[in-house]
Design a protein around this ligand. Structure first.
Ligand code: AVI
Length: 324
């Protein structure tokens, strides 16, 4: 009997608690909503649209880097690894690497089970020689590999500068989880957005067509729908600013007027101009990211940067990389 092209594993520890997270976030002096809640069906669709915007340079720049350096990446990283991609989404960027890296198996990990199913099946069809072990998991909490994954050197792939959505200490913690998962001599290929001109950064998060604004405001639509809240979207606007001191883009929802909002039997007061902080997206120089990665136990092998110095791709390795 031939083996299945693709296997699925549901390792979700339990559902997210939107109500508890929103109530906790609204009880702080600076009200906030965790950015993981952006990605309902509409939010995922809007994020996809963001990645195609002229102002949003990260996706196309990283994709171009991967295409240009795919062979060199394989030369440096080697071939035949178990390739693990936390937050694999549509698996679009990993596809660029498969031919060069010739992984022994691919483990796409994502919390969005349905989307993962479809994307993993498509990979299995397009790359029939590749074993695919799709794993539905909240990889920010747990990075367990499914029991039937082959042994072998591990290479993690974390593109998109999603590492920028963690605060630096949390980023070190997350990179440490990856270091533990890949083990001694394991590697990580990670995409990291670079510090640059404030105007370029702010345009990327406040585009002329208002797609990022819709993405941000969709959080309120979701909270209205799922928690029975009564946010009046006309009374809120999107704001993105580059906080130079912190080296991060901040996204906020700004209350246009003084207003009350009811949610789960509680009433929250918002002053005119008060904000709900919805996301940070940290930007790093190459040296800053190298230092952050070293705090998690990774040494830098190679860094690739585009000619306009917009985006960086780091190939990192844990200790004992060449000990075998
Ligand atoms: C997913 N993440 C890397 C995006 C970013 O650039 O921080 C999320 C995003 N938010 C607004 N635009 C894109």
């Amino acid at each position: 009997m031939s083996r299945p092209l693709v296997s699925f594993h549901d390792l979700r520890p339990g559902a997210d608690d939107l109500a508890a997270d929103v109530l906790a976030g609204f009880s702080r002096a600076q009200k906030s909503i965790p950015p993981k809640y952006f990605y309902d069906a509409e939010g995922s669709r809007l994020f996809d649209a963001i990645t195609r915007l002229p102002e949003y340079y990260p996706t196309r720049t990283e994709t171009a880097l991967l295409r240009e350096y795919a062979d060199e990446i394989a030369q440096k990283a080697g071939t035949g690894h178990l390739l693990v991609e936390p937050g694999s989404g549509s698996c679009t960027k990993a596809r660029i690497l498969f031919e060069g890296l010739q992984p022994c198996a691919y483990v796409p990990m994502d919390i969005a089970g349905d989307h993962l199913h479809v994307a993993a099946q498509e990979v299995a069809v397009d790359f029939p020689w590749l074993e695919v072990h799709a794993t539905c998991i909240d990889f920010t909490r747990l990075m367990t590999l499914p029991p039937d994954t082959p042994e072998g050197r591990r290479l993690a792939f974390f593109p998109g500068s999603s590492i920028g959505n963690f605060d630096p200490d949390a980023a070190v913690g997350f990179l440490g989880m990856i270091a533990d998962m890949v083990g001694p001599g394991g590697q990580l290929l990670i995409g990291v957005d670079l510090k640059k001109d404030k105007a370029v950064l702010e345009a990327a998060y406040d585009d002329a067509r208002g797609v990022t604004a819709a993405f941000n405001l969709n959080l309120l639509t979701r909270i209205n729908r799922e928690l029975g809240a009564d946010f009046d979207l006309a009374q809120w606007r999107h704001k993105a600013l580059y906080n130079e001191a912190q080296g991060r883009i901040e996204m906020h929802l700004v209350s246009r007027v003084a207003q009350l909002v009811s949610l789960q039997g509680r009433t929250f007061r918002f002053a005119a101009g008060e904000t709900i902080h919805t996301e940070n997206s940290y930007k790093y120089s190459v040296a800053e990211f190298r230092e952050l990665a070293s705090r998690a136990g990774f040494a830098t092998d190679t860094v690739w940067v585009d000619a306009d110095r917009l985006f960086s791709l780091h190939l990192l390795q844990t200790g004992n990389a060449h000990a075998t």
